[in-house]
Design a protein around this ligand. Structure first.
Ligand SMILES: Nc1ncnc2c1ncn2[C@@H]1O[C@H](COP(=O)(O)OP(=O)(O)OP(=O)(O)O)[C@@H](O)[C@H]1O
Length: 199
């Protein structure tokens, strides 16, 4: 059930330069693949295309051979971003935020180190790391097959980063999730990925 991008081309301005040109990428379930390249080369853009947020001008994204579009309902390819505060409704409690994805179970919440007391708070009442843990929980519904982690722990301290990746990799292995890890941190990619795709 691979996630495949074939012949992907994309540019933001209609007559502007191509950011992606006939790009190929495949991630399989159970794989942890790194995506590395200089700032501005199009990593986030490729991630957004794979997750169905952007439509490529050319090429296809398929999951198990079927076209992936901006699906209604729960999307099997989830994306977690660098800045969790931009990915949540500031007025919603964490309970509502996580429930936007699914009814997260206790073991998953525990693995991610989510404290019960945080659930009644709004985003401004949590630290960046606490908020990111909740965003990751939201993305891990039972129908998630792939997770695209876009600089997911870049703004966190080393201890929090290590805790989150430890939990993430365990959960991914148990559920046979495919992970695409976008990061500037070469050491992180070398440590957790089975292969690294250059841009
Ligand atoms: N909505 C947009 N409209 C116009 N240009 C955009 C838009 N989003 C991104 N770009 C441009 O596209 C290029 C690629 O951006 P993208 O965020 O994909 O790169 P990146 O490799 O993820 O960079 P970084 O490592 O700095 O996060 C950049 O030059 C950026 O300015």
């Amino acid at each position: 059930m691979p996630l495949e991008g074939k012949g992907l081309s994309y540019r933001y301005a209609q007559d502007g330069p191509w950011l992606l040109r006939r790009r190929e990428i495949t991630v399989r379930r159970g794989e942890v693949v790194g995506l590395q390249g200089p700032s501005g080369c199009g990593k986030t853009t490729l991630g957004r295309i794979l997750a169905g947020y952007l439509q490529p001008h050319e090429g296809t994204v398929t999951l198990a051979g079927k076209a992936v579009r901006a699906a209604r309902g729960y999307h099997p390819i989830q994306m977690v971003f660098q800045h969790p505060e931009q990915a949540v409704n500031p007025k919603w409690t964490m309970r509502s935020t996580i429930q936007e994805g699914w009814q997260a179970d206790q073991p998953t919440m525990h693995r991610l180190g989510i404290n019960e007391a945080w659930l009644d708070r709004v985003p401004a009442e949590l630290s960046g790391g606490e908020l990111q843990r909740c965003c990751i929980a939201r993305a891990l519904g039972p129908e998630t097959a792939y997770l695209i982690a876009d600089e997911m722990t870049a703004m966190l301290d080393a201890v929090t980063q290590a805790q989150i990746w430890h939990a993430m990799l365990e959960l991914a292995q148990e559920r046979s999730l495919g992970l695409l890890v976008i990061s500037h941190d070469e050491n992180l990619l070398k440590r957790i990925c089975s292969r690294i795709e250059p841009m």
